[in-house]
Design a binder for this molecule. Structure first.
Ligand code: ADE
Length: 419
């Protein structure tokens, strides 16, 4: 069994500093860690975490270890690993880590297999790749697994498809569905970190530019809000009539991609679907248009179609590849169409990952305590966990809640009183 596979162990000291910096803005996870250290709710478990290997994830893994689990980790995306953090996890925290920024798809999957060599009893995914590999080729592990958790919208969609087909073999807690996850991480996290990724890669001016956002889910909403705040003219493309209506009433232009294509300066996909920007769209774009993705998988931008219609291609700076079309117009693709916020920036800020990962830690604890009565289904995080995380977060921000008076409590529980 390989103990670890990382870029360079000498990066560990930098990684440790980065992990400690993130921890300052993760008060909810810190409280959970204190509690886990005392109670050891994960004792006896081996947890394989296939997550973006960042300083925030490191704080989650350290918390899970404090809870008594043996923890191993691998990347959930070939471009999202922070190599210094991976080194620190190995050197200072004793967590076997298999992740190298820029790894090929082949190495990416080999890293998942290395994590599975540890024979996990619990899985923790961001995108459901571990669950998928286990169900396809590592079914011998299934009898030993009590359950798993899933971080992201795309992963939850995949797992619900497995449940619907009757092929899911163990229960999963859908962390993404917690309100203290998607309302904050997807909206404020993606909103800020995606623009951060685009700006670090390109240094373009957003003010006065036209930003086309494909998808108006929670990620798209956050992105549109932040784009508008930075002075961009925002166009939204949507397939869902209710979401499209919401975008329109939020003050954005709404139109199909084929109409948005000639207008946009910057295009960002956050739909979770395949081939959202295709050959016919690239052909209509202005010279020097920039295209990026912040959805989980690198399938939203049809890069193979772009390769076909391009006359030339070159890397103009890190994370920016320019395709020159036969017309002479240039289309720039960021981060190979992979998650731009994690590839060319550092992902969501710690302040927001604090809540997402508090749900992960509490979700794992819940799974251990309740797995024997759970079915092979995808479960939401219980509401009391969600509310508790919101309460602790508010407290850490110095915000107090209003309290119901006895009279208000009675009023809310009665049906007799009207006007
Ligand atoms: N997903 C988005 N941002 C992240 C971060 N900073 N760490 C881990 N996973 C993330």
């Amino acid at each position: 069994m390989k103990k670890y596979d990382i870029k360079d162990i000498k990066l560990a000291a930098d990684g440790k500093n980065r992990i400690e910096w993130a921890e300052r803005n993760m008060p909810v996870l810190r409280l959970i860690r204190e509690d886990f250290t005392k109670k050891k709710p994960l004792a006896g478990q081996t947890l394989a975490a296939c997550l973006h290997v960042t300083s925030e994830t490191a704080n989650l893994l350290i918390t899970l270890k404090a809870g008594g689990a043996r923890v191993v980790t691998c990347a959930s995306n070939p471009l999202s690993t922070q190599d210094d953090v991976a080194a620190a996890l190995v050197k200072y925290y004793g967590i076997p880590t298999y992740a190298v920024k820029g790894e090929s798809n082949k190495v990416y999957y080999s890293h998942i297999l290395m994590a599975l060599d540890h024979k996990p009893t619990l899985t923790m995914d961001d995108g459901a790749d571990t669950v998928s590999v286990i169900h396809k080729t590592h079914r011998h592990l299934i009898p030993g697994i009590i359950g798993g958790t899933e971080e992201t919208t795309t992963g939850v969609i995949r797992l619900k498809a497995m449940e619907k087909e009757g092929v899911l073999e163990y229960p999963i807690m859908a962390v993404n569905e917690a309100m203290t996850k998607h309302l904050f991480d997807n909206r404020y996290g993606t909103g800020q970190s995606t623009l951060d990724g685009v700006l670090r890669a390109t240094n373009i001016l957003l003010a006065g530019s036209t930003l086309v956002i494909a998808g108006y889910g929670w990620c798209g909403k956050g992105l549109a809000m932040r784009g508008k705040g930075a002075g961009a003219n925002v166009i939204v493309t949507e397939v869902d009539p209710v979401k499209a209506l919401e975008a329109k009433m939020d003050g954005f232009m709404v139109m199909p991609m084929i109409e948005a294509a000639p207008r946009g300066d910057l295009f960002i996909t956050v739909t979770g679907d395949i081939n959202v920007i295709r050959g016919e769209h690239f052909l209509k774009m202005k010279d020097n248009a920039i295209v990026a993705n912040s959805g989980h998988f690198n399938v939203e931008i049809d890069i193979p179609a772009l390769e076909k219609i391009a006359a030339a291609k070159k890397e103009v700076k890190p994370f920016v590849v320019e395709y020159r079309l036969k017309s002479g117009r240039r289309v720039n693709v960021l981060a190979e169409g992979r998650l731009v916020n994690l590839a060319s920036a550092e992902g969501h800020p710690s302040m927001v990952m604090d809540m997402s990962f508090a749900n992960q830690a509490k979700g794992a604890e819940y799974m251990v305590a309740n797995h024997s009565r759970l079915e092979k289904k995808v479960y939401d995080v219980p509401l009391d966990i969600d509310r508790r995380i919101a309460e602790i977060k508010l407290k850490s921000m110095g915000v107090n809640l209003e309290k119901l008076t006895a009279q208000q409590e009675k009023y809310l529980n009665s049906w007799q009183e009207g006007t």
